[in-house]
Write a protein that binds this ligand. Structure first.
Ligand code: EZ4
Ligand code: CO
Length: 403
């Protein structure tokens, strides 16, 4: 028995908001879990302080599975991003503690390394095709073996994935949602042109990815997938809204472009039909939003049966704590595909000292005991919470659309 003596929530904003759960145990070992839900940070913080922490204190930190079941099965109101992010934070912190207790990096506890490093993809974006391709060339020079391409759309003032600040794309840019205008008709013809230009400039020895960010109808997504086939994309991500898995049957009928979805999923039930019918190629659920290592492992095991590989979400709104845990998971998981990696700002990296490092297009979680990510609480306290929301999208006639 390793008794949990205390747990608390740390909210900090070193450029953007992060919520971190810190669990203390008798004897002094502590563990950290990321609980950040972009634009809804305080909802998870409140779920943790109001409902989870009081029931957590006094339990055995070693009983990870039982504690997971206690907070999932034991709650009448199950699933949802707020609940599952809170459970994930507990689970991640407990795996951190277990690995520290063993004196081993977390990947060793999960089953050891299945590969030498974790292939990551970076984000190249620009307001035009030329700018995006130039940015992608910069990533290629930095050693990236996989790059996501997003470019501005002629006739649209702003679009998903294209930042004002090249290094650190942060869509949650204002206290209340920024309103943007969307047109699938304007967007659709631009993507194949972007990929054509990118293949010409970057060659074929590099993986290219694209994120549709849940905006298309199934038949539009099928057409986009088909248009991209000559350029052999690694994947087309989030082509249609993720609530309706059956939509992917229609997309699948029309294209061999590999499909990825799941960054907004929070449980295995969201992914079950997609995996069992082999409607996707990559499942993008994360440690953080899908119930921690314990639940992500279950999703990955189901996916493995059907030839679906992992491609964990790794945007900057997931803290270095989530990234660290994800990298241990990625190094172990047999059906690994790729890991998203948007670099955090220098301020964020300073608040969260970490053992992971980038080399030759891959991240390695490092050999520190646990997940290898800590928090400098004194520094964190210098960055108080600032309200920030994700944008919303309207069609040109004012109709609300998916952002
Ligand atoms: O918009 O993480 O693939 N990455 C993404 C992200 C998401 C944000 C939402 O919080 O789609 O940029
Ligand atoms: Co995405």
């Amino acid at each position: 028995m390793l008794k949990i003596t205390d747990a608390r929530v740390i909210v900090t904003c070193p450029g953007r908001n992060f919520v971190t759960l810190r669990i203390e145990t008798r004897g002094g070992l502590h563990g950290l879990g990321d609980a950040t839900l972009n634009g809804r940070e305080l909802a998870v913080a409140s779920y943790l302080t109001g409902h989870i922490i009081p029931a957590l204190i006094g339990r055995d930190a070693q009983a990870i599975e039982d504690i997971w079941q206690y907070f999932y099965r034991g709650a009448y109101w199950r699933r949802g991003p707020v609940t599952m992010s809170a459970i994930a934070a507990v689970d991640t912190a407990l795996w951190d503690i277990k690995a520290k207790q063993a004196g081993l990096p977390l990947y060793q506890i999960l089953g050891g390394a299945s590969r030498t490093g974790v292939m990551v993809y970076g984000h190249a974006n620009g307001s035009s095709i030329e700018e995006t391709v130039a940015e992608a060339q910069r990533y290629q020079t930095m050693g990236y073996r996989a790059i996501r391409l997003q470019s501005g759309v002629p006739g649209l003032a702003a679009t998903y994935g294209v930042s004002r600040d090249k290094l650190f794309y942060e869509p949650a840019d204002a206290a209340l949602p920024t309103e943007t205008i969307w047109s699938s008709a304007k967007y659709l013809p631009t993507v194949a042109k972007l990929f054509e230009a990118a293949r010409e400039a970057l060659g074929w020895d590099i993986h290219l990815l694209h994120d549709g960010h849940h905006r298309l109808t199934p038949i539009e997504a099928g057409r986009l997938g088909r248009d991209l086939e000559p350029y052999r994309p690694f994947w087309l991500e989030d082509a249609t809204p993720a609530e309706n898995p059956a939509a992917f049957r229609l997309i699948r009928q029309h294209t061999t472009t590999p499909l990825a979805v799941g960054e907004v999923f929070n449980s295995i039930w969201d992914a079950k039909l997609l995996i069992e019918e082999q409607l996707i190629d990559y499942i993008r659920t994360t440690v953080l939003h899908a119930g921690g290592i314990t639940h992500l492992r279950r999703i990955a095991s189901l996916a493995d049966l059907y030839g679906v590989r992992t491609g964990c979400h790794g945007a900057t709104d997931l803290s270095p704590v989530c990234m660290g845990a994800a990298l241990h998971f990625d190094l172990w998981v047999p059906n690994f595909g790729i890991q998203e990696y948007m670099r955090h700002s220098a301020e964020t990296d300073a608040v969260f000292p970490h053992a992971y490092s980038f080399n030759d297009g891959a991240l390695h979680p490092g050999e520190a005991p646990g997940h290898g990510v800590d928090i400098d609480e004194k520094l964190a306290a210098e960055y108080p919470y600032r309200p920030a929301s994700l944008p919303i999208n309207r069609l040109e006639d004012g109709t609300m659309h998916n952002w």
